[in-house]
Structure formats: structure tokens, C-alpha cells
Design a protein. Structure first.
Ligand code: CS2
Length: 487
């Protein structure tokens, strides 16, 4: 089967870039070229290039994985996004990525792009755990493997903070204006977070450049949203049918997409609004809404759903008891929020329920369950604290917390073991299936459960009561007890 490589080989029904790829230079470097970047920022950038042009193509960089480079290399950077929804499947080939490479073998090219004056934005999707953040104090976690390595050898960085600081130091020394840093991960105030990270890393390795990084680099915060499961053999087979050729880099995603961005780009930016992006002065209300209502509910579906034997999110939505808890959780999260201007939270919740139930999207609960220790703080604990401060009920947050702790035992209700896939996986080794011990272990993980929750008696009792039923009678029983309000 021929491989995707050029646009003129595509059938007419496949959408394609509306710009001449060779006529546009690289203006962005993106760290973390995975399915989400390809289905989200790359699509918006493609629309921006089609509508308004500019030298805004993307150099994709992965720190360790060679997958994107291996898949996109033979395809001249082209790949397909298949949108799967009620109106069937729609394929669109994206041309915004010039090429993808891997830091190890391509270090010289990556550094050259990062210091080039033409690179005006560096965007990131490296996942919550990729940054090496100290979750309790802000700044860097010196125990994070990449941070530890880069503190010792800052001139040959292997991690996110080390690489960005190195590039900014070289720019400062050469008198080159900085690039804007755009974190596109599901972390609250992701711009401020990455600013604190880089400033702290610089204070430890290049103190004379701290001022440049803290005061001259723009760190706009952003909210990103598009449900994008990991690609599978089915994704590639489906794409092959639509394209008539083979695309090893194809991704599938839902029709919905949202991007809210703080408009602070001193060196300019692509016309992402052409693809539907919303520019704002303050992304925080959007981030809080999405983290609490979408991602928090996802975590509920992941832990409770996985342990009830549901492989996909859509199966969770077909389980009436769980679907009812999903709706309740969205309401509980909504009650902690100030709605972003122009949005109605009840409508947002109703739209989310439809998105979760999309029968064409095979989004694995096990995929979402990954890295719970990095996701729970902003998705569940922050809104739980808000609810507590307002005197609102915390029972839905306590239920998700109990489900996560139960999941961290690493075996399902039938005793089948699974891997947690969490950077703190080792902390759980040997934990007994004892509700109090599980709560204590979770409460003691560094930087995960805020003290104000961990030390609150009512919270502790609410979580432990749910764990008692989950451990003794299984997750399905706990779901019903929660639904009946019987805890
Ligand atoms: C999910 C997110 O895997 C997860 O943790 O909650 O990746 C989610 O699908 C996206 O944020 C949707 O925009």
C-alpha cells in the first residue's frame, strides 16, 4: 500500500491544507508531538496558515520518543485527522508540521531552531508529569529525573525546563528577543506555572538570566479541549479506507474542539482564530470550568468505570447508574465555578454528556486513569476545597477520591493485577487493602492532596466510608450506594 506523502495523491473528499506548504517557514517549535497536538494545535495552525498565511509552520520535537519522527518522516510531515461523529467520518490532511524530530539524535537542529530569531513561539504538550513541577511549592522538583539530570548538566539538557532555559539563556546572551512559551497541558494557570518553573530552574543554573526569563518572556495561559484517544490499528485501517493510502501517523478525534488563549505574543502569532480559537485576557475561568467539569468527570469515569469493567468512556455513559453519577459530578463541579462570560454551565454539562457518549470514539478508561497523582489535585482536590469553603456538599469529590485510591491498589475486583502507570506508582507497593491505610497513603503523597483536605475530619470520613464499600463489596455496589445517597 502506498504511503501518504503528497497532497495530489488524495481523493477529492479528503480536506487538505489551503496553503502552499513550501512557501511558509517555521515560526513555532512544539514539544510533545502526540495525538493531542496533532488533533488540536496543529489543526488550528493549519487553518491559520490557510486563512492568513505567515511563517508559522511547526517544528515538532519529542524529548525521547522517536515515534513521531519515524511516522512523519516518510510522509513529508503530512498526517490525517479523522473526525468521528454523528455525521460519519471526515478526513482532513494537515500540513502545518514541517517535520518532527527527537532531541537526542537531532540536538543540534533542535537547539538551532530554539535560538533562531524566526522562532517566536514554543508550545508544549508534555503532560502533567513532564514538567518536573514541585506541586506543593511551585518551581522545580529536584527529584524529577529530567530536572535532576539538567541541574547537573544544564548545557546539555534532556528535560522541558532545562531545554527551554538553555534556549532562552542563549537568546539573551546573543541579544535575540525571546519566544513566547505556550503550555497546552491541563494544568491550572499553565502560563504562570511554566513561568515559575523556568524562573526557578534559571535561578539554580543561570542566575544572571532570571530577570530576562521572568520579565521579558510572555507565558500566556490557555485552555485546550478535544477528546483524542490514542491511535490504534483500527484508526490506521479506517484512515487507509478514507485516503486510499497508508498513514502511520493518523489520529482520530471528536468533531468538537475548543481553544481559549490569552493573547500575549510579543513576536506575533498565527491567526488561530481562523480555526475557531477564542482570544481572551484571562483564561482562568475557562480552565477551571474545563478541569473541574470535563477532566474531573473523566477521572470519575476512569477509576469507577474501569473498576466496574467498562473499557471505554462511552460504555460508562451507557451504564445508567454511572451516567447519573457523571451528571451529578458535573453539577457539583459547576457549583464551585464562576461561569466564563457568555457560557451557561448547565448547557456545557449537557454538551459534555453528549461528547462522552459519542459511540464513534473509543476512549479507554485505562488511558485516562494514567498519572492520577498528577491529575487529581487540579481536577478533584481544588474544586473539593472550593466546595468545602462554600459549605457545599463534597460527596462527589470524596467518591472520586475513594475510587482513585481503590484503583491505586493495582488489582480489580476479581483480583486481576494491572499497572497504575503513574510516576508515584512505587509509593503504592505493598499497601494493604485497608480503607484507612489507603487514605493515609494517598494523603501522604508529596504535593498531591492539600493539607486542608487531608486534615479535615469530615473529608477523611467521607472518603474512608466510600473506600470501605469499594474494598469490601466492589465498585459496582459502591456506585449504587453513592447513587442512593446512602453513605
Ligand atoms: C483526559 C484528557 O486523559 C485524560 O486525562 O481527561 O486527556 C481529556 O480527554 C482532554 O483534556 C480533553 O480535552
Amino acid at each position: 500500500m502506498t504511503r501518504l506523502r503528497a497532497l495530489d495523491q488524495l481523493p477529492a473528499h479528503v480536506a487538505r491544507p489551503g496553503f502552499d506548504r513550501d512557501a511558509h517557514g517555521v515560526g513555532m517549535v512544539h514539544l510533545g508531538v502526540g495525538a493531542f497536538h496533532k488533533a488540536h494545535q496543529a489543526v488550528y495552525t493549519d487553518a491559520a496558515l490557510s486563512a492568513a498565511g505567515g511563517d508559522w509552520r511547526i517544528l515538532g520535537v519529542n524529548l525521547r520518543s522517536t515515534t513521531a519522527a519515524d511516522q512523519l518522516g516518510p510522509q513529508n510531515g503530512l498526517f490525517t485527522v479523522v473526525e468521528r461523529g454523528a455525521n460519519g467520518d471526515r478526513a482532513r490532511v494537515i500540513g502545518a508540521i514541517e517535520r518532527a524530530c527527537t532531541l537526542g539524535p537531532d540536538r543540534a537542529a533542535v537547539m538551532a531552531a530554539l535560538v533562531a530569531p524566526t522562532t517566536r513561539i514554543v508550545s508544549l504538550t508534555v503532560s502533567e508529569k513532564g514538567y518536573g513541577l514541585d506541586r506543593s511549592g511551585g518551581g522545580v522538583d529536584p527529584a524529577h529525573p529530567a530536572i535532576a539530570a539538567d541541574l547537573v548538566r544544564p548545557e546539555e539538557p534532556v528535560g522541558v525546563a532545562g531545554l527551554l532555559v538553555r534556549a532562552l539563556v542563549l537568546r539573551d546572551a546573543a541579544g535575540v528577543a525571546p519566544f513566547a512559551v505556550l503550555s497546552c497541558d491541563n494544568l491550572p494557570e499553565n502560563g504562570a506555572m511554566v513561568r515559575a518553573l523556568l524562573t526557578d530552574f534559571a535561578a539554580r543554573t543561570a542566575p544572571q538570566h532570571v530577570d530576562f526569563i521572568a520579565n521579558q518572556v510572555a507565558f500566556p495561559s490557555t485552555m485546550v479541549d478535544r477528546i483524542t484517544p490514542a491511535s490504534t490499528a483500527d484508526t490506521l485501517a479506517r484512515t487507509e479506507q478514507l485516503l486510499g493510502c497508508r498513514d502511520e501517523a493518523a489520529v482520530e478525534t471528536e468533531p468538537f474542539s475548543q481553544w481559549v488563549i490569552e493573547d500575549r505574543f510579543p513576536g506575533g502569532r498565527p491567526a488561530w482564530d481562523a480555526g475557531g480559537a477564542i482570544f481572551t485576557d484571562d483564561a482562568r475561568p475557562f480552565e477551571a470550568m474545563k478541569l473541574g467539569m470535563l477532566n474531573g468527570t473523566h477521572s470519575l469515569m476512569a477509576y469507577a468505570g474501569f473498576l466496574c469493567g467498562h473499557r471505554y468512556v462511552r460504555d460508562v455513559m451507557a451504564d445508567h447508574a454511572l451516567a447519573a453519577l457523571v451528571r451529578r459530578h458535573m453539577s457539583a463541579a459547576a457549583a464551585t465555578l464562576k461561569p466564563p462570560t457568555g457560557l451557561i454551565l448547565a448547557q456545557y454539562a449537557a454538551d459534555l454528556a453528549k461528547r462522552f457518549a459519542n459511540p464513534a470514539i473509543a476512549h479507554e478508561t485505562y488511558q485516562i486513569a494514567m498519572d492520577g497523582s498528577q491529575k487529581m489535585p487540579q481536577r478533584i482536590f481544588a474544586p473539593a476545597l472550593q466546595a468545602m469553603e462554600r459549605g457545599a456538599p463534597v460527596d462527589s469529590f470524596a467518591f472520586v477520591t475513594a475510587a482513585w485510591l481503590r484503583y491505586c491498589l493495582g488489582r480489580d475486583d476479581a483480583g486481576e493485577p494491572y499497572k497504575l502507570r503513574d510516576p508515584l506508582e512505587g509509593e503504592w507497593a505493598g499497601t494493604a487493602a485497608d480503607p484507612t491505610a489507603l487514605f493515609e497513603r494517598g494523603a501522604q503523597l508529596p504535593g498531591v492532596m492539600p493539607d486542608a483536605l487531608a486534615r479535615d475530619d469530615a473529608w477523611r470520613q467521607a472518603v474512608i466510608a466510600r473506600l470501605v464499600v469499594m474494598v469490601r463489596d466492589g465498585m459496582a455496589r459502591a456506585v449504587h450506594t453513592q447513587l442512593q445517597g446512602a453513605f
